[in-house]
Design a protein around this ligand. Structure first.
Ligand SMILES: [Ca+2]
Ligand SMILES: [Ca+2]
Length: 394
């Protein structure tokens, strides 16, 4: 093959077909560069025949993309999550996500799809700002300011699927720095569109009536004390404390009236005088004077005695992909089995872990792929005996 012209019209890897549109050059082996029209997140592909004439050096250079969702997030950060129903058109106005470089100019911009998703593909690695705007701007020109249609407000924006926002709810995510393009090599590279930066924006129609800055529940002897703090309140009516044994079915514990409109911190507390003997979940239902309501995040209190709590889970609720199990006072070694059950009692994941005597710190991954909900973790020793049990929230 060396020194001979080779014509490659397309190459297929894992069902992805590359349409080569660049003239091949061969120095000293055939090298072909092309792009894949249907997978814009691949910036280039190269096929090189090695000395044995087999095309076994297949390289795909993939630039990262910036992608994510725009959510109609009716409870804002009260539940500490940028989430909700996807939205691409707000009050009839198309939304755009604009990628802005250090000079303040538009690098790329995309219209947000009707389901709230967007994807800016083939981004050259570098430092950017992303803005949620009502206009696309023009590439190379000064970027439009972050903007929303009348009566809509930003409620948060964050990187990744976890909780929290970047702290300033202005429709701007600062200092986004996608890493360099991933290079996949070999005869059968696995193609996925996973490289990139995942950014979500949350917006809401009108300001949120109540901004909750904290909500905690703590065991106090035989009762549970619930405390929460609001930063702003507009036309709030009351809070309802709800309790659940499983995170699905909720009952009302008590109702607490608002302390009134305000933009200073307001402190509240309530009590559950008769908590359930095992795990108790709590949430707040905040109700406006016009009857609209939103739920807070869920918190958990375990009323079991301390000597029954051999298994601790962190962080709980889970934030990223990892969950650390801390199992103390282990006497027998051998492989244990970690079983994750969803609330229907179905095993969703299993892990094996070699135990050591004493305290075991075991970090398992895969939490990102779990649906939101409450899960039970059961740890069994090598003989199938239950040695730890705990619940967590995703
Ligand atoms: Ca939210
Ligand atoms: Ca921001």
């Amino acid at each position: 093959m060396q020194g001979t012209n080779l014509v490659v019209t397309n190459v297929s890897v894992n069902g992805v077909t590359a349409n080569f549109n660049v003239a091949p050059t061969f120095k000293p082996y055939p090298i072909v560069v092309g792009t894949v029209a249907t997978h814009s997140w691949i910036s280039s592909m190269r096929v090189a025949a090695s000395a044995d004439d087999l095309m076994d050096d297949f390289t795909i250079i993939r630039n990262p993309c910036i992608y994510g969702n725009v959510f109609h997030d009716k409870n804002g950060m009260n539940d500490y999550y940028v989430n909700g129903t996807g939205i691409g058109i707000a009050s009839g106005t198309q939304l755009y996500v604009v990628l802005v470089n250090g000079s303040g100019n538009v690098v790329k911009s995309v219209a947000v799809a009707a389901d709230g998703t967007y994807s800016i593909s083939n981004v050259t690695p570098g430092n950017y700002e992303t803005r949620l705007c009502t206009s696309a701007g023009t590439v190379g020109n000064p970027a439009p300011a972050a903007s929303l249609p009348a009566l809509w407000a930003n409620t948060g924006e964050n990187i990744g699927a976890g909780a929290g926002s970047d702290g300033v709810t202005n429709g701007i995510m600062l200092a986004v720095n996608p890493t360099a393009g991933t290079r996949l090599t070999g005869a059968s590279p696995v193609l996925t569109n996973s490289t990139g930066v995942f950014i979500n924006f949350g917006i809401n129609f009108g300001p949120l009536p109540v901004t909750l800055v904290s909500f905690t529940a703590a065991k106090q002897e035989k009762i549970v004390l619930l405390k929460w703090t609001t930063a702003t309140e507009i036309d709030n009516d009351y809070f309802i404390i709800e309790r659940s044994s499983n995170g699905t079915n909720w009952e009302t514990i008590s109702q607490v009236p608002t302390q009134g409109n305000g933009s200073n911190l307001q402190y509240y507390q309530g009590k559950d005088m008769t908590p359930l003997s095992g795990v108790n979940f709590y949430r707040l239902k905040q109700v406006d004077i016009d009857g609209k309501f939103v739920y807070s995040k869920t918190v958990m209190v375990d009323m079991r005695h301390n000597n029954e709590q051999t298994l601790m889970l962190m962080p709980n609720p889970v934030i990223g992909d990892g969950l650390t199990l801390i199992l103390s006072d282990i006497e027998a070694t051998g492989n244990c089995k970690i079983l994750l059950y969803d609330m229907t009692g179905k095993i969703t994941k299993t892990y094996n872990w070699p135990l050591v005597k004493g305290t075991n710190n075991m970090t398992i991954n895969g939490m990102q792929t779990l649906a939101k909900g409450v899960y039970q973790v059961i740890v069994e020793d090598q003989y199938g005996r239950k040695i730890g049990k705990a619940r967590f929230i995703k």
